[in-house]
Design a protein around this ligand. Structure first.
Ligand SMILES: [Zn+2]
Length: 215
């Protein structure tokens, strides 16, 4: 029996996936039967092995973003809270497409060494979807760096500041997203580069001819 599914709207595109014949892979967003948001990894490429490739990307998204597989479809994932978090999801997709085919994906830790300031930056859950950002090392410049990184989370994942100190951020769903915070932390260290990457891929998506999108 053929199952017809409305694939949804395309929200992100990797025009040349480097680990499988440079095919283009897209991410689609739609509402599931229960109203929660689902994200479909899809390609129009007709080669043998495309399915395994899409499954790999979806599985990598599940690990990197702490997402759940959608039952009955192993190329479709959703957030545990069921919300959209569209910007964050686009980011997870882009990062998942950088995981070489055939390699295990590991969730990112909630701390990282920041080469720019030679500090260890960490995020710690405060409950109800809120996270405190912290940096070790000397006091001078510490608050400034933490605030800049918090601003990165706000920009990259549409999070809100918890208070006026701008050193803690919270997801609108008020639920925990630990793996996602670990993933975003690495990008929040250099927001400008991350935003540029997203703009580039958006530009390609808009400019690509329909024939190029469906290869
Ligand atoms: Zn959420």
């Amino acid at each position: 029996m053929t199952r017809l599914v409305d694939i949804g709207i395309r929200i992100e595109l990797v025009s040349m996936y480097p680990y499988f014949h440079d095919i283009s892979i897209s991410l689609y967003e739609r509402r599931g039967n229960d109203g929660s948001y689902e994200f479909q990894v899809h390609s129009y490429a007709g080669r043998d092995g495309v399915d395994q490739c899409l499954q790999h990307v979806a599985a990598a998204m599940a690990v990197l973003g702490g997402m759940s597989p959608v039952v009955g479809d192993n190329t479709c994932v959703r957030f545990t809270c069921g919300r959209r978090h569209r910007k964050a999801c686009k980011r997870i997709f882009l990062e998942a497409c950088k995981v070489a085919l055939g390699t295990e994906t590991e969730a990112r830790m909630m701390s990282v060494f920041d080469k720019k300031t030679e500090r260890t930056i960490s995020v710690e859950g405060m409950g109800h979807g809120a996270y405190q950002i912290d940096a070790d090392g000397e006091e001078e410049g510490r608050a400034r760096r933490v605030t800049a990184i918090a601003g990165g989370f706000v920009k990259l994942a549409e999070m809100d500041y918890v208070d006026s100190s701008e050193q803690a951020v919270v997801f609108s769903c008020k639920e925990e997203h630990n793996s996602l915070m670990g993933l975003l932390l690495r990008r929040a260290l250099n927001v400008r580069a991350a935003m540029r990457e997203q703009d580039d891929s958006a530009g390609r998506g808009l400019l690509a001819a329909p024939s190029a999108q469906q290869q």
